[in-house]
Ligand binder design. Structure first.
Ligand code: 5AD
Ligand code: SF4
Length: 503
């Protein structure tokens, strides 16, 4: 995936501070399917949107492994194509329909004698549009919502019998159970950084947002399941886990002693797992940042100093119309407390411009808020009317050209702030988790504690390790660094991973 896929529930630009005009993050996944499988069929999964979808796509590929499916990077040789969709903005759904048009062509080209092609549409567009998708795009054999992918083998069998399958029930507990069974598979070597879904759905009902309708009510995954999956990931060599949820800091669970746990407590427990050196969580709602979670940022070395905390608007009037349940001052006060607890922490956020009724003065409040907060990276969008949400029918919709002008102005400011933040890292020593081969020969790429890609000349066997790096320069979207001698992560060199070994 791209390093800058939007953290949650959306279809996004591939770089922060980019908006509607830029391409949504569309990521094709190769998942961890056991290569020893005598697989004869190929599945191509195209993922639109957020990291939760990336996570779901990986799990789909895992479910299909034992069914004889291997992942493929091209649609051309696929027996099964799955589009894992995002519904947050209009364009996302339209992109799915135009992709379905291309798939129909591919199927036509193969002809009746050629290799059969089965087509599934998953995710939030599937959830929202249901049977309408199969009606509008008859090439589709299966439509299934975000809670149904673990039933894929059954859905495929039904589609193979000629049934037009539509599965959009909310059976979230069943999905979580299935996830846990999957996590108990024998340990496979994994990429150094992984996602772990701990929560799905949202009860906040911001008036612009479809998530409460497509992903349903807020449900937390049980603690024991999360711990099992985290341990499994760590055993597979994962050094960094990002906890995912549409409203992740609303996560709540029950400890072994029957006591209620919040996200802060969960993070403290996860930090005890040997090998897990980095923890992140996303996306948070300002209302759910409780004291213990803020204290966790002060206490846990493992909790990375970077927080995605969307505010959406800087105007109290618009925040109220958006049903955000907080004011701009609440947000300022919260950030002050977080920065007091964790002075080096950097913030990112999401903004919507042109929400119904937004005046020039409201927009000026947003710019003012951005100037006061100073973000490290942000995503910003023009408001898009989502059917079924209260915002869609509000009076005073803002004209497109006003939205565009505001977005350009906001993004210029956000880009400036992002560049300033990146510049401030020059000369700094930081720990970098190396994840993959770099762009240039001899380089490997890692991630800074603040989620910036860092390019370093270093041997490939350092991939999977955490090293101290000094930042020596800036690229357009990444930092350049050099290894600081004598700060080797012995854990990676020996293949074993332990807290003591890691720096
Ligand atoms: N129009 C524009 N942006 C939206 N987002 C969510 N719904 C809409 C919409 N209708 C943005 C918000 C949210 C992010 C995931 O997507 O900024 O935080
Ligand atoms: Fe949507 Fe608001 Fe819930 Fe985020 S908090 S998922 S923006 S309703």
């Amino acid at each position: 995936m791209t390093d800058q896929t939007h953290p949650a529930h959306s279809s996004f630009s591939s770089s922060p501070a980019a908006g509607e005009g830029s391409d949504d993050a569309v990521v094709s996944r190769r998942a961890d399917v056991d290569p020893s499988d005598a697989a004869s069929k190929r599945v191509f999964v195209r993922t639109y949107g957020c990291q939760m979808n990336v996570y779901d796509s990986d799990r789909m590929a895992e479910v299909l492994g034992p069914q004889g499916y291997r992942t493929t990077d091209t649609m051309d040789d696929a027996d099964l194509v799955i589009l894992n969709t995002c519904h947050i903005r209009e364009k996302a759904a339209e992109k799915v329909y135009s992709e379905l048009g291309r798939i129909r062509k591919l199927k036509d080209e193969r002809g009746p004698e050629g290799k059969p092609l089965m087509v599934g549409v998953a995710g939030c567009v599937a959830q929202a549009e249901g049977r309408e998708i199969a009606r509008r795009a008859p090439v589709v054999d299966m439509v299934f919502g975000p809670q149904s992918y673990h039933r894929l083998p059954d859905l495929i069998a039904r589609a193979a019998r000629g049934e037009s399958v539509v599965e959009t029930e909310f059976e979230i507990d069943e999905k979580f159970d299935a996830l846990s069974r999957q996590a108990e598979r024998p340990t496979v070597r994994r990429a150094p950084s992984a996602f772990l879904t701990v929560q799905e759905g949202c009860d906040k009902f911001c008036t612009f947002c479809v998530v409460p309708y497509t992903r349903g009510a807020e449900v937390s995954r049980p603690l024991a399941q999360i711990l099992r999956e985290a341990e499994q990931l760590a055993a597979g060599g994962v050094r960094e886990i990002t906890l995912l949820g549409q409203n992740v800091n609303a996560w709540h669970g029950e400890g072994a002693d029957g006591r209620p746990w919040g996200l802060g407590r969960l993070l403290r427990r996860l930090a005890e797992i040997p090998g897990l050196d980095r923890l992140r969580y996303t996306t948070s709602h300002p209302r759910d940042m409780d004291d213990d979670l803020i204290a966790a940022h002060a206490d846990l070395r493992e909790l990375m100093p970077y927080l995605h905390l969307p505010v959406q608007s800087g105007s109290d009037r618009i925040l109220a119309a958006m049903n955000r349940k907080h004011t701009r001052d609440d947000y300022f006060r919260l950030i002050e407390r977080i920065r007091e607890a964790a002075p080096g922490l950097a913030l990112s956020g999401d903004f919507i411009v042109g929400f119904p009724g937004e005046t020039d003065a409201d927009f000026a409040d947003t710019l003012d808020l951005v100037r006061r907060v100073e973000y490290a990276a942000c995503f910003s969008f023009k408001y898009s009317q989502r059917p079924g949400t209260p915002g869609a029918t509000m009076a005073d919709q803002v004209p497109e050209e006003v939205k565009t002008a505001r977005l350009i102005e906001l993004q210029a400011l956000l880009t400036e702030q992002q560049q300033a933040f990146n510049r401030s890292r020059i000369g700094m020593r930081m720990e970098v988790l190396f994840e993959k081969i770099g762009r240039m020969p001899g380089q490997i790429t890692g991630k800074s504690p603040w989620l910036q890609p860092v390019q370093v000349e270093a041997p490939q066997d350092m991939i999977g390790s955490i090293q101290t790096v000094e930042i020596v320069g800036l690229g357009s979207n990444s930092l350049f660094g050099r290894l600081v001698a004598g700060h080797n992560d012995r854990a990676a060199a020996s293949g074993a991973v332990s807290k003591e070994d890691a720096i």
